[in-house]
Structure formats: C-alpha cells, structure tokens
Write a protein that binds this ligand. Structure first.
Ligand code: HEM
Length: 388
C-alpha cells in the first residue's frame, strides 16, 4: 500500500504553474497522502475549501520544534536554526498572539497607505536609474529586488547600506551547507544592540522603546523577529515583481488590459498573486484528530497545504479582470501574511510605474531561458534579462 503514495510535488517545471504532479495529486482527492524526502508520509491538502478550513483550524500547530513536524524539503531539515523560538510563523498561540500583536499595528491598511508616497519615490528612483543605464537591464537586480529591500529597510530601521549582505544570506538560507540564518540572526542581534545605545527611527526602534524596555520582549526574540520581517519583507515581493512581470510579458492580451487602465492594476495584482502563488506549500501538524474532506487526519500527522494547487481549483486561466475572491497566496487564518498590505502596495506601485514608463518593455531571452532559483518552496528567478 505505502509504495503507491506519490512524492510531495515541489518542482515547478514551469515558473508560472503549480508544482509538477499537481493534476495527479488533485485526482487523488482534496486531502491525500504524500511521501516526504525523509520517507515519512503526510497529508497534502489540494482542495480550496479544505485548505481554508485546515489553515483556520485551531487543532493544527505551526511549531517547527514539535517531534514529527513535517519537513517538505530536505535542505530545511539540515538547516534548521537553533534559535527560531520567536518567529511568528513557527509559533502557536499564546506566544504567536503576543508577538503578532506587537507588530500588526505597523502593517495596517492605514499605516501602509501613509507609506505609499515613500514607496512611489523609491520605485521612481529605481526606474530613473534603470532607464538611464539601459537597455538592456536585469529587472531583478535593478528593480524587483532593490524596491522591496529599500522599503523594508526604511520600515524596520535597518541600514540599506547592508543590503548586499542580507540579500545574499537570504538567498542562501536554504543552501545545504549554509549558516546563513545564523549570520542573519547575529547581524540583527548586533543591530538591536547598536540601536539600544543609539536609537534611530523604524519599527525595530519602536519595539525596543515600547516592548523590550518594558520587558515584554527579549533581545533574542527581537533579533529573530527582525530577521523574519527583513527576509519575508524583501524576498517574496521581489519574486512577485519579477515573476509577475514575466507572466504579463508572456500574456500580451492580459498586459494590454493592465496598460489600458491603471485603475485595473489592483485586480491584476490579486490575479497575479493567485496564479503564481509563489509560496505554494504551507506546513502544519495536527494536534488532534481532524476530519477533513473524506479522511481523518490523526493527531501528530503532518499536513501540507498546497496553496498553489488549491488556488487553481477554480481556473487555470490568467484573467486580470476577474481575480478570485478568497485566494490563498498570503495563506489564511492566524498566520495569514503580516505584510500583505505592504506587499500589495509595493506590487501595485511597481507594476503601474514600470509599464507606464517603459511601454516597450520585453524579455531579452525566451521565457524558458530565464535562470530560476533552485529553492523549491519559494519560486523565483535569479536574473531577469529585459530590454525595451
Ligand atoms: C508578495 C509578497 C508576499 C507573499 C506572497 C507572502 C506570502 C506569505 C504566506 C503564504 C504566509 C503564510 C505562511 C503560512 O501560513 O505558513 C506569510 C506569512 C508571513 N509573511 Fe508574507 N508574503 C509576502 C510579503 C511579505 C512582506 C512584505 C512581509 C513584511 C513584513 C511579510 C511578512 C510575513 C510574516 C512575518 C509572516 C508570518 C505571519 C505569522 O505567522 O503570523 N510577508 N506570507
């Protein structure tokens, strides 16, 4: 029986599509078993309704320290850092609730709306520089990466002059031999120490003044939280800008609709998020028996939510005018992306300005020759050659 269980689908042959084997997995039902790299089995949730139900279920844990917590990619097991006790995504309530409450006020729709002029300025400056230097250009290095990197640095109060270091470590964080996460935590630890001595402006400084000083957060927790926001804040958005641009350039009819009416950009952003679902496999463990679909997930079983597959349940067509209402590109439930309002604002401003200012933008190489990142759980490119 066990040898009929397929491997967890993670490899994406096409950068725009869910992992290979998605269709076969869906045929096996909305919740079905898969085999993980360590030869254990877990449940893969591919149905949209089932995925939402599972992610909202209080009987699942996100605590990566639990025995038997599923490891979908082998490199993650080798590289599990020792001190991840303060990352939001690796914690359950009540610790998760305490940490999330400290940072959520900085990411509300209102707070992000107030940040938009700054994002506009950063996007304009990057485009000015890229246009002045090109064509051609590497859209990742010249635009898609520096924009969210600069924005998250300003928001957190991290010096952008250190961007090469943290971008490189962030890229290397899943390397088999890497100590990248440790280097990043040490960097944040030192930065927090400097800020305690010499306060500046930003979310880290606010957290020092309001939480650390009051004893509600310790130095390690703050460093780890800062690291997660720094990584999550630039890497995901950079991938969405690059892959989103690639996808639109590969679908001229859809791009024409975006260009025809800038008011259509927010809907297009939602559709790009759904279609690409770059963070497409979310990891949990059942803490109690859970009936889901037509199976019983036993307490202790690993559960992987295939959001990239679930988001294509309704349609495999890209349709920028009709985005799906409840897509899972930012997850769902208590761990739903902290930075989603920020990411949306960055994507809207980036695409609007990019296509307005460079109407003749096109890929400089065929789409299947764009170098891809090897990281299975987060799709993206390592370079995006464009010209105009
Ligand atoms: C387009 C860009 C982004 C995408 C696609 C994305 C995707 C996601 C997803 C799918 C999750 C849920 C993971 C899970 O439930 O297992 C998540 C959580 C998270 N994201 Fe994002 N994200 C993006 C941008 C950002 C930004 C800009 C930040 C900036 C701070 C950020 C910070 C976080 C944090 C801290 C969590 C963990 C939240 C928690 O556990 O409570 N993300 N993100």
């Amino acid at each position: 029986m066990t040898d009929t269980i397929p491997d967890l689908p993670v490899t994406r042959s096409c950068p725009f599509d869910p992992p290979d084997g998605a269709a076969e997995q869906r045929e096996r039902g909305p919740v079905a078993q898969v085999r993980l790299p360590d030869d254990s089995t877990a449940w893969l949730v591919t149905g949209h309704a089932e995925a939402r139900a599972l992610l909202a279920d209080p009987r699942v844990s996100s605590d990566r320290g639990r025995p038997g917590f599923p490891v979908p990619v082998a490199a993650l097991a080798r590289n599990r850092p020792t001190n991840m006790n303060a990352t939001l995504i690796a914690n359950d309530p009540p610790v998760h609730t305490r940490l999330r409450r400290m940072v959520i006020p900085s990411f509300t729709v209102r707070k992000i709306a107030a940040l938009k002029p700054k994002i506009e300025r950063i996007v304009t400056e990057r485009l000015d520089a890229m246009i002045a230097a090109g064509p051609p250009a590497d859209l990742l290095a010249d635009f898609a990466l520096p924009v969210p990197s600069t924005v998250i640095c300003e928001l957190l109060g991290v010096p952008y002059s250190d961007h090469e270091f943290f971008e490189e470590q962030s890229r290397r964080r899943l390397d088999a031999d890497g100590d990248a996460i440790l280097k990043l935590i040490t960097y944040l630890h030192d930065l927090v120490a400097k800020k305690i001595e010499n306060p500046g402006e930003g979310l880290l400084d606010d957290l020092i003044a309001e939480q650390l000083a009051e004893g509600r957060l310790d130095h390690d927790e703050l460093a780890t939280m800062g690291m997660v926001m720094l990584i999550a804040g630039h890497d995901t958005t950079a991938n969405m800008i690059s892959l989103g641009t690639m996808l639109l350039l590969s679908n001229p009819d859809q791009l024409a609709k975006v260009r025809a009416d800038e008011a259509a950009v927010p809907a297009a952003v939602e559709e790009l998020l759904r279609y690409l679902t770059i963070a497409g496999t979310l990891t949990r463990q059942a803490t109690e028996d859970i009936e889901l679909g037509d199976v019983t997930i036993k307490a202790g079983d690993g559960v992987l939510v295939a959001s990239a597959i679930a988001n294509r349940e309704e349609s495999d067509e890209l349709d920028v005018e009709h985005p799906m209402r409840h897509h899972l590109a930012f997850g769902f439930g208590i761990h739903q992306c902290l930075g989603q309002n920020l990411a949306r604002a960055e994507l809207e401003i980036a695409f609007t300005q990019l296509f307005r200012r460079i109407p003749t933008l096109r890929l400089a190489v065929p789409v299947d020759e764009v170098p891809r990142r090897p990281m299975a759980l987060l799709s993206g490119v390592t370079e995006l050659p464009v010209t105009w």
